[in-house]
Every structure is written in structure tokens, then in C-alpha cells.
Ligand binder design. Structure first.
Ligand SMILES: *[C@@H]1O[C@H](CO)[C@@H](O)[C@H](O)[C@H]1NC(C)=O
Ligand SMILES: CC(=O)N[C@H]1CO[C@H](CO)[C@@H](O)[C@@H]1O
Length: 563
């Protein structure tokens, strides 16, 4: 039984972020990546949140990595908004982004098995509404397995683009194969009717691009040696598919260093843009157009001169995600690129390139998201970092996707920035932790014999973007309710430290509860009554002395302050 506690005064201290395992008092189950933001120009970054899905590169034994790889939403300040780890997406997740589905904002991501050694993954796409409930799933048709690289929800959710890694046995003698080396990947994509699952369009690389165009030979073994279906030679490797208003498709094929525009009815190649590949319909007007092993090609409309604009992520490097295979390096760093194609002159010119603020060269993965504001978010793939730029190529935000000793192995396939309103159906969480205080303001384990106590309260609501204020209440064993106070929401978890003087007052507080209020003071959520814990270890940031408390009159009205 607790001793009588009366509320006296507040405690306050400003805190640095801590280790992943001590992040959230109300959610000790979460060990989410802690972004290491090295640059932030808050006035220039585009509005919206970061959508990422960091995961562990390499083997678990050799490298550290996010402890909970999964889809995440963060603010540009590095505050967690939503973790989709385990509860929403399991196994392995990439390509988290916002879309429109049946007139409403929605999220989607790929979830499936990851085969890092072969650079592919098999699974399906899941669509969540703004309350994070599953509202749709996309699978390939015609007995095909969806690969991880592309997923797009088009036209308000009517159709989806998916890409397929289909091993087939062929005579490969023209490119050095023999009876023991016959397996090749026929890279495919499908447009699927989301509601019915019907295949609306299907395209096969082997019908249009010969294996001899590949930039990674069968003999090199770097894209499979063709010896069996799981070692099928990935001569083409589609890693992105886009669709324009005319109904044509844009393909990025990494292993031919090329981007293709595909006719939306006939499937014929309308044009091909070879980066570092001699098979190209365009003459380069500058050096920077020569990309290789690129990702994420997207249509960006036309410019004033009528040129067709595309964006892409230029890796300029190749290697497997497990560090196996010898690496190709074509440039000092990777970059985001916007290119202009002049169809009259048959030329390609660089509109803007986006170079990393650190020497990042990604052997795999990567994306370039051109935002509505004109800012550009470049995601450095295997290097586990993102940078936002103004349209002239000035870096205004940079973050590594994990921190400290966990940062080393982190990778992220794509990153997006979008505005988002999250109204979770998941329950909000609260914690009430009782400690004693030692001279100098340190928190020490609670002892019933000390003359004071401090109650640390914390609340969070995974995925919520709307709570502006958290209000905390406590109750005693007789169900009598005592208001503790309220204060502004601060990040994913909002914490307050409350000083008590023991032996005064009449409340034997046993449970806490929090209410989340929106900007207009309406209650959006209520946590359950959670038992006040006496035996939780002191969090690291409270083991040192707290900054001195602002002086308050005893029994003055309780004022809440953040810790
Ligand atoms: C953040 O990144 C910078 C640049 O790599 C590094 O020097 C610093 O140690 C990192 N900080 C943390 C907390 O990981
Ligand atoms: C067949 C082909 O286009 N090979 C090219 C592959 O990429 C290198 C640069 O990394 C070029 O030099 C080759 O011509």
C-alpha cells in the first residue's frame, strides 16, 4: 500500500535523446531507430513527414542495425510518429509511402521475405487507411510472385503496378551459357486491378531487350550464374515502374544501366536512355547524364521547352547487400538526378543533380522523391541516410537513419516525404513511475521511508498526428480521481515529472490515466488506468542530477513541465 502523497511542485529538466532501448517509458516494447540529424534548416524543409523503412544490412552477427526493422514515420525534427514494426507489417518491409485509396489518404508498403544475397524479395503489398487498418492487399496475377522493388497504387486505388522476378530456362549459349547455366530472369511488371486482382497489363523484358545488352555478364556471376532457378541470371533487373497520364510506362532496369519508356498498349519500347550503356537513343549533352545501376525512375512531366523530364537515383555503384560480390564504382558518390530528354534533337541534359553532404556511394537501393514544393528528398539506399534539398541542389536536411553504435548497418530502400494525418485505432499508452529523489535532484529507486517522491508520467499514441495536449489524472484505491495537470504534447512521448511531499494530503494514488486533446481541446483518446509502478529502474537521463527546480510555493497549483 502506498503512503499518502500530496502534490506540491513541479520538476523540470531538458534532455538529450537516449539509447533505443530506453526511449519510451510508456512503450518499453519499442526500440525504434534514433535519427542522427546532422543538418536541419527548419524554415526551408518541405512540410510533411518522412516515410522510411530502415532494416539491417549484412549479417546480424557482424553489424548493428535497427533493432526493430520496419516501416516508420518521423518528423523532420527526428520525432517518431508511427512505428509499423510487427503489429502492422511483419517479416521484412520496404517502400512505405502515402497514396490515395478510394478517395482517402492511405499508406502502403511491401511486406515479404528478403533475399539480400540475390537482391530480391517476395511478398505482397498491403494498404492501410489513416487509422492504420488494412484496407487492401495487392498480389500479382498469372501465378507470379511480387518482388520487392516496385509497388505503386494508381488512380485512387483502382490499379497497382507491381514488378516480378520470373526465372525461366533458356538456351544462353550466345552469352556464354551451357547446359549447366540456362536460367535467366525474365524481368516483368504487371498492372493489376486492385479490387478484382485481374492483370490489366503485363510486360516481359526478354520479349524486348536481348540478354547481350546486359551490363552484368553471366560469366561474372554477380547477378546470378544461371545454374538453377534461384541463381537465375538477373540480366535486366527492373527496379522501378511508373505510369504517365498518356498511359505509358517508365522502367528502370538496373543491370543494363538504362531507363525505358514502354508503350501502354503495345508494350513496345518508345525510347531507351542508356546511362553507362552504349544502347541509347539519346546523345548526352553533359557528363552527369551518365548514370549506372540506378533506381526509382519517375516521370516528371514536360518543361517549358517541351522536353520530357524524368528523375532517378544514380547509384553509380554495384554490389550485393551482403557485401559479397566485387563492387563496381563508376563515380565518387551516388546522386539524385533530374534529366531532360529532347525528342527532336535526341539529346539528354542534366537539369539538376543532388550530391550527398557526406561521401555516400550506395552499392544498392536508393530513391529520389521530387516533392510538390520543388524540394527533393534523396535516400542513399545501402548507406542508410536521407538528404532533403531545395530545387537548386542546396542540402537543407540530412539524417542518418540510426545513431550511435546501432548506426553502422542501417539501410533503407526508399524514402518519401508527405503530409499525413494519422488517427490510430491503436490504444494510447501511459506510464506512471514512482521514484524518490536524492540530493542534487537525482532520481533513485522509490523508498517508502524517504520524505519525498517524484512521479514520472508519460503518454504516447502510436501513429497520432493530432493530439496537441496531454492531460494526466490519477486515482486512489477508492476510485477517487485526482487531476494531475496537463501540458503540451512533445514528440512521440510526452513526459512530466511531478514532485510529491509524503505524508501530506489525503490521496493514496495507485493508478494513472492520460487523455489526449486536440488543438480545440476535444478529447481524442483516453488511455486505460495503468498501475503506478514503484520498481521500474531509473532511466539513464534521471540518474544524474536534474537541473534545479524552479521555486514554487508549497501546495501551489500544480504546473506541469516537460522532462
Ligand atoms: C551522427 O553522424 C555524424 C556524421 O557521420 C557522426 O560524426 C556522429 O558521431 C553521429 N552521431 C551519432 C549520435 O550517431
Ligand atoms: C554492355 C555495356 O553496355 N557495358 C557497359 C557496362 O558499364 C561499363 C561502365 O561501368 C561500360 O564501360 C560498359 O560499356
Amino acid at each position: 500500500m502506498m503512503r499518502n502523497l500530496s502534490l506540491v511542485v513541479l520538476g523540470f529538466t531538458a534532455l538529450a535523446r537516449v539509447q533505443a532501448s530506453w526511449q519510451f517509458l510508456s512503450r518499453p516494447d519499442l526500440s525504434t531507430p534514433v535519427l542522427n540529424i546532422t543538418q536541419l534548416d527548419a524554415d526551408k524543409v518541405a512540410p510533411g513527414y518522412l516515410f522510411v523503412a530502415p532494416f539491417a544490412g549484412g549479417s546480424d552477427h557482424e553489424k548493428h542495425s535497427p533493432l526493430q526493422p520496419g516501416p516508420y514515420i518521423y518528423t523532420s525534427q527526428g520525432d517518431l510518429v508511427w512505428t509499423g514494426f510487427a503489429q502492422y507489417f511483419s517479416i521484412w518491409t520496404v517502400n512505405l509511402q502515402k497514396t490515395k485509396f478510394k478517395g482517402k489518404d492511405a499508406l502502403f508498403a511491401f511486406q515479404g521475405k528478403h533475399n539480400a544475397a540475390h537482391g530480391h524479395g517476395h511478398g505482397h503489398i498491403k494498404i492501410l487507411d489513416s487509422s492504420y487498418r488494412t484496407v487492401g492487399e495487392v498480389r500479382a496475377g498469372h501465378h507470379r510472385l511480387i518482388d520487392k522493388h516496385e509497388g505503386q497504387i494508381l488512380d485512387d486505388g483502382k490499379s497497382a503496378l507491381v514488378q516480378i522476378y520470373q526465372p525461366v530456362a533458356r538456351d544462353l549459349s550466345e552469352v556464354g551459357g551451357d547446359d549447366d547455366h540456362q536460367w535467366i530472369v525474365d524481368a516483368q511488371f504487371q498492372e493489376i486491378d486492385v479490387e478484382s486482382g485481374d492483370v490489366l497489363f503485363e510486360w516481359h523484358s526478354l520479349d524486348h531487350v536481348p540478354p547481350s545488352h546486359s551490363n552484368i555478364s553471366l560469366q561474372s556471376g554477380q547477378a546470378g550464374d544461371g545454374s538453377d532457378s534461384s541463381e537465375a541470371w538477373d540480366y535486366f533487373h527492373i527496379n522501378s515502374v511508373d505510369k504517365d497520364a498518356d498511359g505509358h510506362y517508365l522502367l528502370s532496369a538496373r543491370d543494363v544501366n538504362s531507363v525505358y519508356k514502354i508503350h501502354g498498349r503495345t508494350g513496345k519500347i518508345i525510347w531507351r536512355l542508356g546511362g553507362r550503356n552504349e544502347h541509347s537513343d539519346f546523345q548526352a549533352l553533359d557528363q552527369e547524364t551518365s548514370f549506372s545501376y540506378q533506381h526509382h525512375a519517375r516521370f516528371q512531366g514536360r518543361d517549358k521547352r517541351g522536353r520530357e523530364i524524368i528523375s532517378l537515383y544514380d547509384n553509380s555503384a554495384h554490389g550485393t547487400e551482403t557485401d559479397g560480390g566485387s563492387e563496381v564504382r563508376d563515380a565518387p558518390t551516388s546522386s539524385g538526378k533530374i534529366l531532360a530528354l529532347d525528342h527532336k534533337e535526341k539529346t539528354v541534359e542534366t537539369v539538376q543533380a543532388f550530391y550527398p553532404p557526406f561521401p555516400l556511394l550506395s552499392k544498392s537501393q536508393g530513391s529520389t522523391h521530387v516533392l510538390p514544393s520543388g524540394n527533393v528528398l534523396v535516400n542513399w539506399g545501402s548507406e542508410g541516410a536521407v538528404t532533403e534539398y531545395t530545387s537548386d541542389g542546396t542540402a537543407i536536411f540530412h539524417a542518418f537513419l540510426d545513431s550511435g553504435k546501432l548506426a553502422a548497418g542501417v539501410q533503407n530502400y526508399r524514402a518519401f516525404k508527405s503530409e499525413w494525418t494519422g488517427r490510430p485505432t491503436e490504444e494510447a499508452a501511459v506510464a506512471g513511475l514512482l521514484y524518490s529523489s536524492a540530493p542534487g535532484g537525482k532520481l533513485v529507486p522509490y523508498s517508502a521511508s524517504s520524505s519525498n517522491a517524484k512521479l514520472l508520467v508519460a503518454a504516447s499514441w502510436n501513429g497520432d498526428t493530432e493530439v496537441a495536449t496531454w492531460r494526466f489524472v490519477a486515482r486512489d484505491e477508492q476510485q477517487k480521481i485526482k487531476k494531475l495537470g496537463e501540458g503540451k504534447r512533445k514528440g512521440f512521448e510526452t513526459r512530466f515529472l511531478i514532485d510529491f511531499e509524503l505524508g501530506v494530503g489525503s490521496h493514496e494514488l495507485s493508478h494513472v490515466r492520460a487523455e489526449g486533446l486536440d488543438r480545440k481541446g476535444r478529447v481524442l483518446t483516453e488511455t486505460r488506468w495503468e498501475k503506478i509502478e514503484h520498481d521500474r529502474a531509473v532511466p539513464p537521463e534521471f540518474r544524474a542530477g536534474l537541473s534545479p527546480l524552479p521555486s514554487q510555493k508549497k501546495n501551489a497549483q500544480l504546473v506541469f513541465q516537460h522532462v
